[in-house]
Design a protein around this ligand. Structure first.
Ligand SMILES: [Zn+2]
Length: 183
């Protein structure tokens, strides 16, 4: 339960971070104090357009998940993008374990996507390679995948690559194994 909450909190914080720093450009850098955000959607840089569309896609995916898995949800989709994860958790807490794992996998994968979009490519290094178990993963922007640096870890002669969806699936499965072991 604690894991689910913290995953959703991380995803929510990352999405809020994206909205703050890339959609509403701050007038000072990341290290500066709080400033009134300047909306920059009108005179956009390409990055902002990408980020706006990424945020919209993320919210849409959570909404579609809820339509599919919890069609009886009465609480409306929150107006603030970063609030969708709490909304999703609140309205699915009584779902069965398999459904909660599907939900947590989506939320965790979105957390990874948000982190990479904010420039935190090292986020993939926290995961062991699903192929060889070593910690040499690095993000390849062109492939949009995590690549293993272990030369012996290959598939058809090429370095093993893993999608964020697969890393998220493995991560949630591992969390599940740990929580079962702890009870
Ligand atoms: Zn590997």
């Amino acid at each position: 339960m604690g894991t689910t909450d913290s995953t959703a909190q991380q995803a929510s914080a990352q999405l809020a971070h994206l909205a703050r720093y890339f959609v509403e450009l701050p007038t000072t850098g990341h290290t500066g104090g709080p400033t009134a955000p300047v909306r920059s959607i009108e005179n956009t840089a390409p990055l902002n357009v990408d980020t706006v569309s990424h945020i919209a896609d993320s919210v849409r995916e959570i909404r579609d998940y809820m339509t599919r898995e919890s069609p009886g949800t009465l609480e409306p989709l929150p107006a603030e993008a970063a609030a969708v994860y709490d909304w999703c958790l609140r309205n699915t807490e009584h779902d069965d374990r398999a459904a909660r794992q599907r939900r947590d996998t989506i939320i965790y994968r979105q957390y990874l996507e948000h982190a990479i979009l904010t420039g935190d490519k090292l986020v993939v290094r926290r995961h062991r390679c699903p192929g060889c178990g070593t910690v040499g993963l690095h993000w390849h922007s062109g492939l949009k995948a995590a690549v293993c640096r272990n030369r012996r870890c290959t598939s058809d002669g090429r370095a093993s690559t893993w999608s964020l969806a697969f890393l998220a699936h493995e991560h949630i499965q591992e969390q599940e194994r740990l929580s079962v072991r702890a009870t």
